[in-house]
Write a protein that binds this ligand. Structure first.
Ligand code: GLU
Length: 505
């Protein structure tokens, strides 16, 4: 298997899915996963794009066996370093009469397009053009020797059925007459075009399955013809064209602009455009866990055949199959992405989550004051309330700093004339408790409230207001257990001193 991105910008989330499916299939079958950089179009090269691809795949745990970094026996793995190889295969096609040399300048081609409606460079027009089929051999040689710029075009036989067998699409047959004589090589930069390089490399690298986005399906008939022209039809890879990722409303292809417009990333990592300086947001920087992104993407276009949704990478490797890939485009449901992240946070051990949370915590407090165990417990109590690690601070803040202010609307609702006296009595009750565990403290305090016939909601919420600063958060006695008796009591004291009743306006 190979993933063969062109380094023309940040890897789109659809490209990540393509890489993932290649990886899953390779691992499932004990195959090899190659990362090939297709950089033959020098005009579209973007600095930083190749590093970005490597970093994104690494972050997501999509392992590469052979590639520019990993090495391997089939290199170089960057097409711009394979010129010698391509030259040889271009020559083979020329020698076999399967391709020809053409000298038409861009201006001449334009003029022809003006003159003939729907002009196509093919069997019906090629003899009217300036190429090695229409010109005498010595003239062709003279032009080449004189350094005239030229291209090599594929000589497509008209009126043949071309059959593309696709594992998702089924059999697609087209007539070769609709294809033009594609440019395979340009002397100007001594480089092949995508089509030639792609086919030669897939052949030489012994690729068995070409899994790629649906946008490449129109190129597939041409690729089939190239395999035949080279005499490689027997070892032609199996094609698999993946359905598109669609906009959330299902209307059209998901684009970078949808992400900007609807406020979600369409790139795995943040991307700083080297030319414009624009920053596009990434899943990693938004606080996504890589496993959640992988799970989310895997299910955009594939399903396990039942309603299971949570799959580790190992599960996916076991279960993935093309039979369960959809032919239809997959709607990009970003809310579902958040849900996945939430599920993965919930399933993470508290200690592990605490480790990820620590850098966020460190931006707000001196972490050395708190034990790892304390941080883990705090995180464990609030994790069900968040989708992202970054949101944990907001939810867990009161475990690390005393309330500086108290929520006005909660004061209005819960802080009565008699509240300070009741809380003073509560302090006495708490003082007397030796075993300050959540369950025991709850028993004692609720018993005391009942005994005095206090209003349960008002007393508990006033208690919470002094400790948390507002009437929200996890179970109150879990909070008091973690904060400990002294800290809990100190906060109630501070609340009594600082909170003044407000009119219930
Ligand atoms: N270089 C092509 C791309 O950027 C690869 C297409 C293919 O996988 O054949 O997507």
């Amino acid at each position: 298997m190979r993933f063969a991105p062109s380094p023309t910008g940040p890897l789109h989330i659809g490209g990540v899915r393509t890489a993932l499916y290649n990886y899953l299939f390779a691992r499932q079958h004990g195959g090899v996963m190659i990362l090939r950089i297709e950089d033959t179009d020098s005009t579209r090269f973007v600095p930083g794009a190749e590093d970005y691809i490597n970093e994104a795949l690494h972050w997501l745990g999509i392992g590469i066996d052979e590639g520019v970094i990993e090495g391997g026996n089939y290199g170089p793995y960057k097409q711009s370093e394979r010129r010698d190889i391509y030259r040889k295969y271009v020559k083979q096609l020329l020698d076999d009469g399967k391709a020809y040399i053409a000298f038409d300048t861009p201006e001449e081609l334009d003029a022809k397009r003006q003159e003939v409606a729907n002009f196509q460079y093919d069997a019906s027009t090629r003899l009217q053009m300036r190429n090695s089929l229409s010109m005498p051999a010595d003239e062709v040689q003279r032009l080449i020797d004189a350094g005239e710029k030229h291209v090599v075009r594929f000589k497509i036989e008209p009126n043949c059925d071309v059959v593309v067998n696709d594992l998702i699409r089924g059999v697609v047959t087209i007539n070769s007459s609709i294809l033009d004589d594609k440019v395979l090589y340009k002397s100007a930069d001594d480089l092949p075009t995508y089509h030639l390089a792609n086919i030669v490399d897939d052949h030489l690298m012994e690729v068995s399955h070409v899994i790629r986005g649906e946008e490449w399906l129109p190129s597939a008939p041409l690729h089939v013809l190239l395999y035949e022209a080279f005499g490689w039809a027997d070892t032609m890879p199996q094609f698999v064209h993946l359905p598109l990722l669609l906009k959330p409303d299902g209307k059209g292809k998901l684009s970078k602009r949808d992400g900007d417009r609807l406020g979600f990333p369409v790139f795995p990592l943040e991307w700083h455009d080297p030319k414009s300086g624009d920053i596009s947001s990434g899943y990693r920087e938004r606080g996504y866990l890589p496993q959640a992104v992988v799970n989310f993407l895997a299910l955009l276009g594939w399903n396990p055949g039942d309603d299971r949704e949570i799959f580790s990478m190992d599960d996916l490797i076991k279960e993935f199959s093309f039979e369960h890939c959809s032919k239809k485009g997959a709607k990009f449901d970003y809310e579902k992405g958040k849900w996945f992240n939430h599920e993965y946070l919930m399933n993470m051990g508290d200690a592990e989550l605490a480790l990820v949370f620590k850098p966020v915590l460190a931006q707000n407090v001196d972490v050395s004051q708190f034990s790892d165990d304390y941080i883990a417990k705090a995180v464990g109590l609030v994790k069900s309330r968040v989708n992202f690690v970054g949101e944990l601070w907001d939810q867990a803040r009161f475990f690390f700093v005393r309330p500086e202010t108290y929520a006005e609307k909660d004061i209005r609702k819960r802080w009565k004339e008699e509240t300070p006296d009741i809380l003073r009595a509560l302090i006495e009750v708490l003082h007397s408790i030796d075993n300050f565990t959540s369950q025991h403290t709850e028993e004692v305090v609720l018993g005391w409230i009942k005994e005095h016939d206090y209003h349960l909601g008002n007393v508990m919420n006033a208690f919470r207001l002094t400790v948390v600063g507002e009437c929200k958060g996890p179970h109150m006695f879990d909070i008091s257990e973690l904060l400990g008796k002294d800290e809990t009591i100190a906060r109630i004291h501070a609340g009594i001193e600082r909170i003044k009743p407000l009119d219930n306006a």
